[in-house]
Structures are given as C-alpha cells and as structure tokens.
Design a protein around this ligand. Structure first.
Ligand SMILES: NC(=O)c1ccc[n+]([C@@H]2O[C@H](COP(=O)([O-])OP(=O)(O)OC[C@H]3O[C@@H](n4cnc5c(N)ncnc54)[C@H](OP(=O)(O)O)[C@@H]3O)[C@@H](O)[C@H]2O)c1
Length: 356
C-alpha cells in the first residue's frame, strides 16, 4: 500500500517550498496547519488534500495524524510546537521529521530515543540547512583523525536573507545567549570573545560564534565533547558582535519587547526570493583536533539554504518511508555522512588551493 505523509505548517515560507519539492519528486503529501484561511488556497493551488488542526491538545493531534506513516513538521519556532507533535507521533507510531535548528528542541527530542525505538518510529530533527550539511561534514571530518576532542563548525550564506520563521526562532535563541559545548556540557560563552576569521572554499570571512543546532547534533553524531559553532558576518559587524549580542539578549528578556520584535518580523521579513534560492550558494567548514596536536579540516558548498532545506527534507521522507530506521537520530547517524552528497550541486573538499 502506498505510504502517506502529512506536511504540517505547509503554508509557512519553508513549508510551501517543501510541498513544491515533494510534488516535483512525485509525492502527494496531505497539507496541514492551524488556519483554514491560509491553508485552503495553497491546497487548491497545489491540488493536494488538507487537514486543519492546531497543536494545543496532544490527543486531538494524535487523532488527526493516526492514518499517516510520517509527519513532516515545518511549523516553528519549534520550542513552542515540537513537543505535542512528537508525543502524538509516539502515540500513533508515526515517523516524525522536523526542520528545527533550536538546541533545546534537539535535546528534548533525543530524550525520546528509547520511546521511539519501542514504537518503531524515527524522530529526525534538523532535516534542513540546519543541520544536514554541517552534521554530515562533522561526521566526515571526525573520522579523519584518532580521538578527536575539539570540533569547530562555521557556515556562510553570502547574500542570503532569513525567513520570518527563522528570524523568530533566532530571537527565541538570542534570549538564551551564545553557547558552546565544553567537556560535554552546554556552557555560556563571553560574547566579547566570539569572533575570528575562517577560510571557506571560496574566500576567507569574519565569523562570530552563535548557538547553532550542531551544539546538540554534532555532539550526538561524533561524541566530541568540545564544540563551537560560527556564522559568517560582515567585518564591521564582527568587531561589534559582542555588544550587539549583549544588548539584544538584555532587551529580549522582556516579554513585551520580544512580542513587539516578533510582530515586526512577521510584517517585514520576507525570506529569499526565487532567484536567490535558485542561484545563491552556502559554504561550510569543519575542523577537528585531538590532544596529540593532529587536526583535520573539510569544506562543503551547497545550494541556497531554504532550497537545500526542501531538497534534504523530501529525501529524508523518502528514506524513512523506504527503510526501517527507529529511534531519535541525527541526519548523519540515520543516513550516513555522505547523505549530503546525494543532494544536487553539493561539493565536498578535503583540501583547498592556497590562494582563494
Ligand atoms: N533547519 C533549517 O535549516 C530551517 C530552514 C527553514 C526554516 N526553519 C525553521 O522552520 C520554521 C518555519 O520557518 P518558516 O520560514 O516557514 O516560517 P514562517 O513562514 O513564519 O511559517 C511558520 C509556520 O509555522 C506555523 N506556526 C507557528 N506557530 C505555530 C503554532 N503554535 N501552532 C501551529 N502552527 C504554528 C505558522 O502558522 P500561522 O501562520 O498560522 O501562525 C506557519 O505555517 C522556523 O522555526 C524556522 O527557523 C529551519
């Protein structure tokens, strides 16, 4: 019998891209979300069935998803939406996939590993730009030396623009502050000391430390207990990064200001346009080292982040529906470090030419 999957959050910026990629690859997911008014026009445009329900009651969510083999959860910030959907999926023995990049959500969902194995379902969080490329790259580079104990990961999205949902999720994260993994624990980092330069495959860039999903996923994938994650920023921002982060964090502690910031984001932040999604490139770097002083590096180039999220997400659906993976897995643990190379226009490098 043909397997059925549900795409929740389908009318969000990224949800719609995933729906379009799914159709392009011959799928007919059922579209879902909490607003009939927003969902109906999309379902009509794409010629797909739809279900309208919210996530407030886990038992009701379970009733709505019971007939499906897999739920793709694209409605975030996931700190507010993931738990009821994961619980409903465990109850109904439905695979769960999401595109979170939020460290607390990864940690929460890894906590369901035993229950997911008992229910014979997979829980795969981070099925997009965050964290498929970096997770696969971390797994790849960690195998290059014995006993790696430190891992640094950086990414750059030149010319890229975040969507409203990504910006809202980042605001939630900002109030937590910048973190790193130190001896296996998540620790706060002094924002004054978070900038450096990194050579990517196309050029060198200034980067600043941020709390990226790999602090949770790369730890689970590689077992390396000391991890830092960086994002490329313009040079003028790099020198002021500490100040911005401290001020932002202080302001966002006030609920009313957080609410106002989110309302502004909903109105003003639009995400990359179709041309940018089709042409922009993203760049990743990962470096491991061990206590004997050995180190190894590797680099990735991928398509633009939101397009990559749709590409990776739909392929993860295909792999889960075709296989028998169970448990709460990172993408690289579930599908291997070469999984990212199965996506179109992805390049991996072990060495770079001396002068970019
Ligand atoms: N891993 C990655 O690389 C990656 C890539 C892209 C996006 N993301 C993440 O995916 C999420 C969505 O991003 P987006 O760009 O699609 O944002 P978006 O355009 O703002 O869409 C958000 C979607 O989530 C729904 N939603 C939000 N809160 C909800 C709740 N409490 N209950 C039910 N539905 C809810 C919204 O429905 P309403 O309009 O009804 O509120 C909307 O459908 C964000 O968290 C973003 O960070 C991750």
């Amino acid at each position: 019998m043909e397997k059925k999957w549900l795409l929740y959050g389908a009318y969000g910026y990224t949800g719609e891209l995933i729906a379009e990629e799914a159709i392009a690859r011959g799928h007919r997911p059922v579209l879902a979300g909490r607003s009939q008014k927003k969902l109906a026009p999309l379902a009509a445009k794409l010629g797909l069935d739809m279900r309208v329900f919210d996530l407030r009651n886990e038992m009701e969510v379970a009733e709505h998803i019971a007939e499906f083999d897999l739920v793709f959860h694209a409605a975030g910030p996931f700190i507010h939406t993931s738990l009821p959907m994961v619980r409903a999926c465990l109850r109904t023995q439905t695979h769960y996939v999401d595109i979170t990049g939020e460290v607390p959500v990864f940690e929460q969902n890894f906590g369901f590993d035993a229950e997911a194995q008992a229910a014979s379902i997979a829980i795969v969080s981070g099925a997009g730009f965050d964290v498929v490329p970096s997770d696969c790259l971390a797994a790849y580079v960690a195998q290059k030396i014995n006993n790696p104990v430190r891992l640094d990961i950086a990414f750059a999205t030149p010319g890229g623009r975040p969507s409203a949902g990504t910006t809202k999720s980042a605001l939630e994260n900002l109030s937590i502050g910048v973190r790193a993994r130190h001896n296996g624990e998540l620790v706060h980092v002094n924002p004054k000391k978070t900038t450096r330069k990194v050579r990517f495959s196309d050029c060198e860039r200034h980067v600043m430390q941020i709390s990226w999903g790999d602090l949770a996923t790369a730890y689970r994938t590689t077992g390396i207990g000391n991890i830092r994650t960086f994002m490329a920023v313009p040079p003028q921002m790099a020198s002021r990064a500490g100040g911005y982060l401290r001020t932002g964090r202080k302001l966002l502690k006030f609920g009313a200001l957080r609410w106002l910031a989110k309302k502004w984001v909903e109105k003003s932040v639009k995400g990359p346009d179709a041309e940018t999604r089709a042409t922009a490139r993203s760049y990743f770097w990962a470096r491991v080292e061990n206590d004997a002083g050995r180190f190894a590096e590797a680099w990735l180039e991928t398509p633009e982040g939101y397009y990559l999220t749709a590409l990776a997400g739909v392929r993860i659906v295909e792999k889960l529906l075709a296989g028998s993976i169970a448990g709460a897995c990172t993408p690289a643990v579930a599908f291997g470090d070469d999984f990212v190379l199965e996506l179109p226009n992805v390049l991996r490098f072990d060495q770079l030419q001396k002068n970019p």
